[in-house]
Write a protein that binds this ligand. Structure first.
Ligand SMILES: [Zn+2]
Length: 165
């Protein structure tokens, strides 16, 4: 019984691991996955944690270990890179679309020299259901520390918003 992994699969496997705090997103969508290297049967994965002090980091590492082991990789090392610091701008376009599809308002791109005039103010978070910009924050923290709870003034539905950092 040959259970050895096909070379080059490690990246695809690591990319499919879901974020423990935002399980509609993969670690690739989130921009957390920095590098996946294969050397023989050995895999080295480099990740950058999201929110500082995020308890999800240990879970992420465990999930990556499990996914790669299940695929037949015996030797897995997970490295953590703290610089450059992760920001919500690293969430991919695909990831933002998935959040909106699940009724979660994605973080907005932060104002920078390139996007200066294209970026609406952070306070104008749009309702993921009806698109209204008339929304108010009910609570700074929702089910997880990275999300705030807001309500739409137009459809009066509460929704979660991934906060910009
Ligand atoms: Zn609405």
């Amino acid at each position: 019984m040959d259970n050895s992994p096909t070379c080059g699969q490690a990246r695809a496997i690591a990319e499919r691991v879901l974020d423990p705090e935002l399980p509609v997103l993969t670690l690739a969508d989130l921009g957390v996955l920095r590098d996946v290297r294969e050397d023989g049967g050995r895999v080295t994965v480099t990740i950058t944690p999201t929110y500082s002090g995020c308890p999800a980091l240990d879970e992420m590492r465990a999930d990556l270990h499990r996914a790669l082991r299940d695929a037949g990789y015996e030797r897995v090392e997970i490295r953590t890179a703290l610089t450059p610091t992760w920001t919500t701008d690293w969430i991919s376009a695909d990831g933002r679309r998935k959040l909106a599809e699940h009724g979660i308002a994605p973080p907005q791109h932060k104002a920078g020299p390139v996007t200066l005039n294209l970026t609406p103010p952070v306070t104008r978070v749009r309702c993921p259901r009806c698109g209204s910009a008339r929304t108010t924050e009910l609570s700074r923290f929702s089910s997880t520390a990275c999300k705030a709870l807001r309500r739409c003034e137009d459809c009066s539905e509460p929704f979660e918003h991934v906060k910009e950092i």
